[in-house]
Write a protein that binds this ligand. Structure first.
Ligand SMILES: NC(=O)c1ccc[n+]([C@@H]2O[C@H](COP(=O)([O-])OP(=O)(O)OC[C@H]3O[C@@H](n4cnc5c(N)ncnc54)[C@H](O)[C@@H]3O)[C@@H](O)[C@H]2O)c1
Length: 252
């Protein structure tokens, strides 16, 4: 098992770490002792401030995860600073709610680009370093909509289904190199994205908790423990899985 000093040497990449769940993940990874590299479309100043206040180490840069060149630039910056990344938490994602008959090709493509194609670019960039080190953790955000089949989210749910398929299959190829690949599937979480989206108007913050075992809407911090576990040494024997964290909505 790695000692505490070895743990502190780990480098963790978080995408979409400027806000919401990604910000909670970045802060938790820093508190776990890792150096955190945040990639986001927007500035991650607030995340940097929170991590510095917690005594952690952070580097952030603008990056569009749907763009292969942008991801390559981010990976080059990470590798130049730290040599490689040990942990990849791919959290950036978009979730427009549009009925299928109103979903045009551009919307479908954008959702696939940001939620799924990005996983190809990021894994290509960071997996080789993990394999070389013989240790790596990849955690990707899926969604409980994959199980619930919520309406108006066909493209989104298809993209997250792609994530689940990716995780299951890549796990089988990289386990022998000490790399685990897992997904987290949250239910509704209160974040800047959901607060400003149609979820509020549709009354989902009131309706969904009533159907859950735990009768409140999730907060980003509710997911941080699951992510922390999946990126730890303790999770060395768990791979190819999708961990559902939804307040007990789905109880399979
Ligand atoms: N909030 C929920 O209820 C919920 C539920 C299930 C799954 N998820 C998944 O969790 C993840 C985070 O969701 P959230 O609610 O915190 O989102 P959010 O919209 O609150 O924050 C997302 C962050 O990702 C960044 N981002 C968006 N597109 C990007 C791109 N192309 N490149 C780089 N950064 C980009 C944004 O700038 C923002 O900082 C997403 O993958 C989402 O699908 C969220």
């Amino acid at each position: 098992m790695a000692s505490e000093s070895e743990r502190t040497k780990r480098v963790a990449v978080v995408t979409g770490g400027a806000a919401g769940i990604g910000q909670a993940y970045a802060l938790r990874l820093a508190r776990d002792g890792h150096t955190v590299a945040v990639a986001d479309l927007g500035p991650a100043d607030e995340t940097e401030k929170l991590i510095h206040e917690a005594g952690g180490k952070v580097f952030s840069t603008r990056c569009d995860v749907s763009d292969a060149d942008s991801v390559a630039g981010f990976a080059a910056a990470v590798n130049e600073r730290f040599g490689h990344a040990d942990i990849l938490v791919h959290n950036a994602g978009i979730y427009p709610m549009v009925p299928f008959d109103k979903t045009d090709w551009a919307t479908w493509r954008r959702i696939m680009d940001v939620n799924l194609d990005s996983l190809f670019h990021l894994t290509k960039a960071f997996l080789p370093g993990m394999q070389q080190q013989g240790w790596g953790r990849i955690v990707v955000m899926a969604s409980a909509t994959f199980h619930s089949g919520s309406p108006h989210m066909v493209a989104y749910t298809a993209s997250k289904g792609g994530v689940i398929g990716f995780v299951r299959t890549l796990a089988a190829e990289v386990g022998e190199h000490g790399v685990t690949v897992n997904a987290i599937a949250p239910g509704l979480v209160r974040t800047p994205g959901t607060i400003s989206g149609p979820q509020q108007e549709m009354g989902l913050f009131e309706a969904l908790p009533n159907m859950q075992a735990i009768k409140r809407t999730g907060a980003p911090e509710d997911l941080a423990g699951a992510m922390s576990f999946l990126t730890s040494d303790d999770a060395a024997y768990m791979t190819g899985q999708t961990l559902v964290v939804d307040g007990g909505f789905a109880r399979a």
